[in-house]
Ligand binder design. Structure first.
Ligand code: PEP
Ligand code: MN
Length: 349
């Protein structure tokens, strides 16, 4: 439920409504807008009668939310949320940042070298898993905290902020110490204890869509994070399961405009996991930018055939450079700009 105050409502009247909400056992969430204050009532308010507030001084209108999620919705916050990672890479504004890096961190020099090459080609943030959610318990599981140290070293050498995954609460605490953004992977989108935990960490979170989650379920997962006070959430469409095996997943690009209408949170696209096939990544990255994504994340490895995970979908550095050159005009055509475009070193080819 949302209580919309009148344009000229006084602070005393706003406080009065907040007190009334508290007396009903809910937490009031006042949101100052450009013309008036809206006060959200988070929680199961299905039994609350709107007339309870309608007669109160300063109240303009009382609205029931039409969606099950609240704080992530455009109804609660019409203007877009801008999420900043590191010192200045922003998601949700007019710029489109590109995040790149290997699937897994494989060694200190390896991650530093690839980070340097990616930065030169125009990436503005570095990805790389230190904790890997693998289908088989016998597959490489990631270097753990050692991998986080290597990522931090790569950031020190290049200035690129780091995005890396945590699969449980203990890992999330460690990731938050080293990284600039905590990634919650597709397999953990419905790990509600973990979502609540990252909601309390005070670090930006990249929340990937569950591979069989509806958009409503995904936004409700984000609601778990925001309900704990963390509004710094980047959604990431990474493909959903389908009957078709031609690609690893089906990259649901329609989710971009759908989510942007429903939610104020930025949404980025991951064409690497979305397709699973290297040569499909650049066209789907371009499509992601064309449909209005607030960023793109791709896997890149200097020698994909030797990668410890996800080699088949990893671009070579040269392919990444070539892809980057094609993104800027597409961003421009839809009224956006690739972050840092024009400042990256053009390496030809
Ligand atoms: C990854 O980013 O390497 C990863 C495992 O992603 P997802 O959770 O989308 O499979
Ligand atoms: Mn991967």
């Amino acid at each position: 439920m949302l209580v919309l105050m009148q344009r000229d409502a006084t602070q005393e009247q706003i406080d009065g409504v907040c007190d009334a909400i508290r007396q009903l056992g809910f937490t009031p969430l006042p949101m100052p807008g450009t013309t008036r204050v809206a006060i959200g009532l988070a929680g199961d308010d299905s039994q609350v009668d709107t007339s309870h507030f309608e007669g109160m001084a300063g109240v303009g209108q009382v609205l029931y939310d039409s969606k099950p999620y609240k704080q992530v919705s455009r109804e609660w916050q019409p203007e877009k949320t801008i999420v900043q990672i590191g010192n200045g890479v922003t998601f949700g504004g007019s710029e489109v940042p590109i995040i790149a890096g290997p699937c897994s961190v494989e060694g200190e020099q390896a991650i530093i070298d690839v980070a340097r090459a990616l930065k030169a080609a125009g990436a503005v943030a570095l990805r790389g898993g230190a904790y890997k959610p693998r289908s088989s318990p016998y597959a490489f599981q990631g270097l753990g905290e050692e991998g986080l140290r290597y990522l931090a070293q790569a950031r020190a050498e290049t200035g690129l902020p780091i995005v890396t995954e945590a699969m449980d609460e203990r890992q999330a605490d460690l990731v938050a110490r080293y990284a600039d953004c905590v990634q919650i992977g597709t397999r953990n989108m419905s790990n509600f204890a973990l979502l609540r935990h990252v909601g309390r960490l005070g670090k930006p979170v990249m929340l990937k869509r569950g591979m069989s989650a509806t958009i409503t379920e995904w936004l409700l997962a984000a609601e778990y994070i925001i309900a704990e006070g963390n509004r710094q959430i980047i959604l990431c469409e990474r493909g959903i399961r389908s009957f078709d095996t031609a690609t690893r997943n089906v990259l649901d690009l329609a989710a971009v405009p759908v989510v942007q209408k429903l939610s104020h949170l930025p949404i980025i696209v991951d064409p690497s996991h979305g397709t699973g096939v290297r040569d499909k990544v650049p066209p789907m990255a371009r499509a992601g930018v064309a449909c209005g994504a607030d960023g793109v994340i791709v896997e890149v490895h200097p020698q994909p055939d030797k990668a410890w995970s996800d080699g088949a979908q990893s671009l070579t550095v040269e392919q990444f450079e070539a892809m980057m050159r094609t993104l800027a005009p597409i961003a421009e055509a839809v009224g956006r700009a690739i972050t840092g475009a024009g400042t990256a070193i053009a390496t030809g080819g």
